[in-house]
Write a new protein. Structure first.
Lengths: 897, 117
């Protein structure tokens, strides 16, 4: 019988048929020819004749080929060996991508944990990077910001590094300095500004014309104020921020020349600052001149509430300027020892001034997210490595079919980059959520400079993509090199899946690294949490529950000429006491925990006057009667202030326990007399001690306890006081009654910053709370990732050793011994990881030192607890696969061969 | 032996009348290629004859169009063969082509054979 198939195949050779299709056609046509042949034979033809006649059905000139050619099946694309080079880079890449996508979809147990790890790592990193960029990396919006400096005074012996400056010194600096083009003064201010007939307490800055020239930012509309307008009488002008213009004034076009009532005085709007304008990172609704006279500046006794800003003259270096200012300060110490002994001057570059507060927190958070990212990478590298070992047969097969090592390497790196880019895209989505949460967490709680500049903008997106790419390359290369290097051996091993000792060692190292890194984060979070708990448990010395607080800022001339602030607040407090549900009410100049109050020096009048700069310091607070009762501060001796302590009665004071122990050890302080450097007179104020109260923390729970002197608000009057009201009701429910009581005395006055005292204390803890919360979140992510990583590697290792387990069990090993064997290997890694982690954490904890309160950086309990938690999690994670190993049935395992 | 010139048949193949032939024959029941060629030869009284090199490309073309479908069928005692059957789409096409063909034949008859009728 002739070879029909050969005859048919010869006629199909010019076509691009797929091998299977060609086989089918050959088969079908051969049958046809055979049928014909058999029929002819049956009809009596000889074999040769039958074969010739059957084949004559094929006409000359390959008609079959011609008729087949237009068909689709004749034009199928050539078959490919996955991984075999085709010589075309782009199509190879596309092929790699499609192949990678398919292989990920086929192995969700690998790709889902890997994607989650990457999403978390990249998402957290992008969100934190957006903050770092907005707050620290973006250039400050000032002209030549590197030439701009803030100038402060300091008293290092009292721990005051950045203190507000003495007005009189400022005048002297201006007259003597040779280093600056402009030297001006700025200070925070609160004004009651009437908007739509409603007075509103509004925050802004006083700024002298020279400070604005130093900053060098031009207004968006109108002009800056001139040096002439700095002076009293010419100062009824106001510059407003773009934001204030848009939100409070509705962006009205006739804003220039508009008259705003500010603290009961009209001020004309002369300009609008550009959007996002800040003073040293702090948003400001307005800028107003000081309205000073040089005489008043020169004669001012204490230190006001401002610091200086200056622009370095061309050719003058920062160090030269500092030198110049220190020389002047030395002269001033000699000329006015009373004011300047022990005081020094410091220059701070404006960038430093803007970010120095927030920087430690941002560093710690950046470090934390990078650790999370690193853990995610290690995790994915682990998974990839484990997977590539499983895939060795596939890789070997492809090598055998003609794929080069470079080609496989590229294939595997494409896979990891695809994975990381997908993770990056998902991470970006997560970053959006994370970013929103972060902004919500921070806004209104912690002053973050330039928070409005923080955005997930193009550079952040680019950063994320680059990060993903680099991540993919880093965690992809190592497993890829291992996998492709081993590819040639896998087939030779007769199909048993095995990984070499080298891969196993890398895998173990990665697990150890992962555990160690997680431990670092956990320990850091643990330290911060412990520190935060310590902060929360600090006894402030006050009973803060059931107290409402609200600030009142008296405005305008009325309270210096018509009536005194003292009378006003006495009146208001008596009305507050009459509100039903109020147990007691009082007022204080600066509420404890709400910011720095007055700090000054004092001395015993029954002792010689101390040398200049040698007098002890104390916080001074003017308060109304019943302040101690309302705030739950214990009266230890003597009496409280009463209504009979007035401007005309003898000056009295109540001092704190610490002051008594420091100045009157073993003596009865009641009736003794002190000089306090405060008030209008250069000689200060002489007071008689009328009572002693227990200590309180003045600015924050983290403060040391310092001596305090309380004076009657009638004898040291303040235009800004905070009302405090103790009630048995819900404090906030009294808000409208308190507002009404104030308006009953002066209808033009608003109340501001209404809050419970608990809330005020809580607000001082906002920054540590946010930082420890974020670090805890990152640490938990790290813990989960570490758990997943250990689980993955253990599961893989158990799967690898199924055969071995089967043999052991067939030879009589008990399930318990198998479990111990499996777990033993894991525990060794856990112990090494925990040990390494503790060492690394102990070393890295140095970066937390500034953020810790009453907590040692080597806090034993934190480290021990962290190590235990991590060991438990890692052990649990390895128990699950180990148990699975225990359940291996010997026959199944052996049959799998 | 061949009554109609193969070149003429080839031309008809291209015009589509050959398709009508195949669809009609397969409409009754499924058949394999050799059976089809025999059937066409005998039913046309030896007038029509498909060569192997035009029959199969035609079948494959119809299959690609989705009008017929071939499947390998194994019957007891026989060898495995590829049988073709008409699809739903093929039946629709067949009905249409029959109508067109009838109209064409009628028109041709009227013009060319009118006097003889």
């Amino acid at each position: 019988m002739p070879d029909w198939a050969r005859q048919v195949r010869a006629r199909l050779s010019g076509l691009h048929l797929s091998p299977t299709r060609e086989a089918e056609i050959v088969n079908e046509l051969s049958q046809h020819l055979d049928d014909r042949y058999q029929e002819l034979m049956a009809g009596g033809a000889s074999a040769d004749e039958a074969a010739r006649l059957a084949l004559s059905d094929f006409r000359s000139g390959n008609v079959l080929g011609q008729y087949m050619a237009p068909l689709r099946q004749s034009n199928s694309s050539p078959s490919r060996t996955p991984g075999a080079p085709t010589g075309r880079v782009l199509s190879d890449l596309w092929q790699d991508l499609r192949f990678a996508m398919r292989s990920f979809l086929r192995a969700p147990r690998f790709s889902i944990p890997a994607l989650i790890a990457l999403t978390l790592g990249i998402g957290a990193t992008s969100a934190i990077f957006s903050v770092v960029r907005g707050v620290m990396l973006k250039r400050l919006p000032y002209r030549d910001p590197e030439r701009l400096v803030a100038i402060w005074e300091g008293r290092l012996d009292r721990g005051l590094a950045r203190n507000v400056i003495a007005d009189a010194n400022f005048v002297a600096w201006r007259e003597r300095q040779k280093s600056f083009d402009f030297l001006g003064m700025v200070g925070q201010s609160r004004q009651n500004i009437v908007i739509n007939d409603q007075p509103e307490e509004t925050r802004g800055f006083r700024a002298s014309a020279d400070s604005l020239s130093a900053i060098g930012t031009q207004p968006q509309l109108g002009r800056l104020h001139t040096p002439e307008e700095d002076f009293e009488g010419n100062d009824r002008v106001i510059l407003i921020s773009h934001e204030f213009w848009q939100t409070r004034l509705g962006g009205r076009t006739d804003v220039l020349g508009l008259s705003l009532i500010s603290n009961n005085r009209p001020r004309s709007v002369i300009g609008v600052m550009p959007p996002g304008f800040t003073i040293e990172g702090l948003p400001t609704n307005y800028l107003i001149p000081y309205g000073w006279t040089v005489e008043r500046l020169r004669q001012a006794v204490g230190r006001g509430s401002s610091h200086a800003m200056a622009r370095l003259r061309d050719g003058v270096s920062f160090e030269q300027a500092l030198d110049d200012m220190q020389t002047i300060m030395a002269q001033l110490r000699a000329e006015a020892p009373q004011r300047n002994t022990n005081w020094s001057v410091s220059l701070v570059p404006i960038y430093e001034q803007t970010v120095e507060q927030i920087r430690p927190a941002l560093y710690v958070l950046s470090g934390a997210v990078l650790l999370v990212l690193l853990i995610a990478c290690v995790n994915v590298a682990n998974l990839l490595l484990a997977r590539s070992t499983v895939r060795q047969r596939e890789l070997s097969l492809r090598t055998a079919l003609g794929a080069t090592r470079g080609r496989l390497l590229r294939q595997m790196i494409t896979e990891s980059v695809l994975l990381s880019m997908t993770g990056g895209a998902a991470g970006l989505l997560l970053a959006v959520l994370f970013h929103r949460g972060l902004i919500r967490l921070v806004t209104g709680n912690v002053p973050v400079p330039r928070l409005d500049q923080v955005a997930l903008d193009t550079p952040v997106v680019l950063f994320t993509l680059l990060l993903s790419l680099v991540t993919g390359l880093i965690f992809g290369v190592v497993p890829a090199v291992f996998a492709t290097g081993a590819a040639n051996d896998a087939l030779r091993e007769g199909g048993r899946h095995g990984s070499g000792p080298r891969a196993k060692r890398v895998l173990s190292t990665l697990v150890v690294a992962e555990i160690a890194l997680s431990l670092v984060l956990l320990a850091g979070a643990g330290l911060l949490i412990r520190s935060f708990i310590a902060l929360q448990n600090v006894d402030t010395g006050m009973r803060t529950d059931g107290v409402l607080t609200a600030r009142v800022t008296l405005s305008g001339q009325r309270y210096t000429s018509e009536r005194s602030p003292g009378d006003f607040f006495t009146d208001v407090v008596s009305r507050l006491t009459a509100i039903p549900g109020v147990e007691s009410a009082s007022a204080v100049s600066v509420l404890p925990m709400a910011g720095p109050g007055i700090g000054t020096s004092f001395y015993r009048l029954d002792r010689p006057v101390p040398e200049p700069g040698q007098a002890p310091g104390a916080a001074v607070k003017p308060v109304a009667p019943d302040f101690f009762k309302t705030m739950g501060i214990a009266q230890l001796a003597g009496r409280d202030f009463t209504a009979s302590d007035t401007l005309d009665s003898p000056r009295v004071a109540i001092v704190s326990d610490t002051l008594v122990r420091q100045e009157y050890p073993g003596e009865d302080p009641i009736g003794k007399r002190l000089n306090v450097a405060i008030g209008r007179a250069e000689s200060g104020m002489n007071v008689e001690i009328a009572g002693v109260v227990s200590d309180i923390r003045m600015v924050s729970p983290a403060d040391a306890i310092n001596p305090a002197v309380y004076v009657p608000h009638t004898q040291l009057q303040s235009g800004v006081m905070t009302l405090v009201i103790r009630t048995s009701l819900d404090p906030i429910s009294l808000t409208s009654s308190v507002g009404a009581a104030v308006r009953a005395v002066d209808s033009s006055l608003p109340i501001a910053d209404v809050a419970t005292m608990d809330g005020v204390v809580d607000a001082t803890l906002a920054r540590p709370r946010i930082v420890s919360t974020l670090l805890t979140v990152f640490a938990l992510i790290a813990l989960v990732l570490a758990g997943v990583g250990v689980y993955g590697v253990m599961a893989y290792s158990v799967a690898q050793r199924t055969h071995e387990i089967g043999v052991r069990m067939a030879l009589g090993a008990s399930t318990q011994s198998v479990f111990r064997l499996m777990l033993g290997g894991a525990l060794r890694l856990v112990i090494i990881g925990v040990f390494t982690g503790v060492i690394a954490a102990a070393w890295l904890s140095r970066f937390l030192t500034t953020m810790l309160f009453q907590t040692e950086r080597f806090d034993l309990m934190t480290f021990a607890a962290t190590a235990v938690v991590l060991a438990i999690v890692a052990t649990c994670a390895s128990c699950v696969p180990a148990r699975r190993g225990m359940k291996v049935a010997p026959m199944t395992a052996l049959r799998a061969e | 032996m061949t009554g109609i010139n193969t070149r003429v048949l080839d031309r008809e193949l291209k015009k589509g009348s050959a398709e009508l032939l195949i669809l009609s024959l397969l409409n009754a029941r499924m058949r394999h290629g050799y059976e089809l060629s025999k059937l066409i030869h005998t039913r046309s009284g030896g007038q029509l004859m498909f060569h192997i090199d035009s029959l199969y490309p035609l079948l494959y073309r119809l299959e690609e169009r989705g009008w017929i479908k071939g499947t390998w069928v194994e019957k007891p005692g026989e060898r495995r063969r590829r049988f073709y059957k008409v699809t739903a789409e093929g039946r629709r096409v067949l009905a249409e082509q029959r109508k067109t063909w009838a109209a064409f034949v009628e028109a041709m008859r009227r013009v060319t054979g009118g006097e003889n009728a």
